[in-house]
Design a protein around this ligand. Structure first.
Ligand SMILES: C[C@@]1(CC(=O)O)c2cc3[nH]c(cc4nc(cc5[nH]c(cc(n2)[C@H]1CCC(=O)O)[C@@](C)(CC(=O)O)[C@@H]5CCC(=O)O)C(CC(=O)O)=C4CCC(=O)O)c(CCC(=O)O)c3CC(=O)O
Ligand SMILES: NC(=O)C1=CN([C@@H]2O[C@H](COP(=O)(O)OP(=O)(O)OC[C@H]3O[C@@H](n4cnc5c(N)ncnc54)[C@H](O)[C@@H]3O)[C@@H](O)[C@H]2O)C=CC1
Length: 201
């Protein structure tokens, strides 16, 4: 398994099944700006709500190949292993496919993630224990608290300024290393001083 961060904004992601597992998989897709189709004869209340808010499109029917043949990403989340397997067999090599009922099918897994603005920490156990992945993620929640959101925004802005400046590569490297120091996470005053310094580079 090869870990990557994927830009799926506006990409067609088809989730098959409308139960609580499908819903759990839909939420991060929604946050990432995907174009989401859900295909299922029945849907849970949470998915119904997303549909009524026009955040997803729902097709109330049993799945057919035509529903996902042009999808960038497919998540097979029905409660039938046979149907999930059939979906997997119908997909092309170049589609991203996740089969919720069998870790050995499909070509990607969804890790347990912790998102603090631009900071994402994902934990995978390669299917050995999703519960352990969830536990490790939960153990990190306090260490990587909400304050990382603002800290990451600062780093993002500072890095853009440094990259666009005309100073030497060595000076750039020094500033990029400097800004990752602990004191900038803990002190807004230090961050502001650093940003002021960058006005002159
Ligand atoms: C392979 C993978 C494929 C995929 O779904 O991408 C997969 C597969 C399966 N999960 C099963 C069961 C459970 N999964 C969870 C929970 C999560 N499962 C997630 C991911 C993954 N699950 C991928 C590998 C991740 C990895 O290990 O690295 C998380 C991390 C992410 C998410 O779902 O968003 C999410 C934590 C959510 C969070 O962040 O809080 C719980 C616990 C709970 O729900 O509380 C249970 C019951 C207890 C247990 O089994 O541990 C079963 C048996 C199904 C059956 O009964 O038939 C299969 C099928 C199989 O193993 O073949
Ligand atoms: N990967 C994971 O993280 C986990 C996976 N699972 C697996 O996920 C499966 C689904 O779990 P739940 O959402 O709780 O089940 P559920 O029973 O609540 O939902 C199943 C959904 O599949 C739909 N469905 C059934 N046949 C269909 C078809 N032919 N076409 C389209 N949709 C169809 C149903 O209408 C229903 O909406 C479980 O059976 C289990 O194998 C369970 C726990 C965790």
């Amino acid at each position: 398994m090869y870990p990557i961060m994927l830009d799926i904004s506006n990409k067609l992601c088809v989730v098959i099944g409308g139960g609580k597992i499908a819903y759990r998989k839909v939420i991060p897709l929604l946050k990432a700006g995907a174009n989401i189709h859900i295909v299922s004869p029945e849907i849970c209340d949470e998915i119904n709500k997303l549909w009524s808010e026009q955040k997803v499109k729902v097709f109330l029917k049993e799945v057919e190949k035509v529903d996902y043949e042009h999808a960038f990403m497919i998540i097979a989340a029905t409660n039938s292993k046979e149907i999930n397997e059939q979906i997997y067999k119908n997909t092309s090599e170049n589609q991203l496919v996740n089969i919720v009922s069998d870790q050995e099918m499909g070509n990607f897994h969804i890790p347990a993630s912790l998102v603090r603005g631009r900071l994402v920490i994902s934990v995978s156990t390669g299917g050995a224990s999703p519960t352990l992945a969830k536990k490790i993620r939960n153990d990190l929640l306090d260490q990587f608290d909400e304050s990382f959101e603002g800290y990451l925004d600062f780093l993002w802005e500072a890095r853009k300024k440094i990259k666009n400046s005309t100073i030497s590569q060595t000076e750039k490297s020094n500033l990029l290393i400097e800004m990752a120091k602990e004191k900038y996470k803990d002190s807004e005053i230090e961050r502001n001083k650093f940003m002021t310094r960058l006005q002159d580079v």
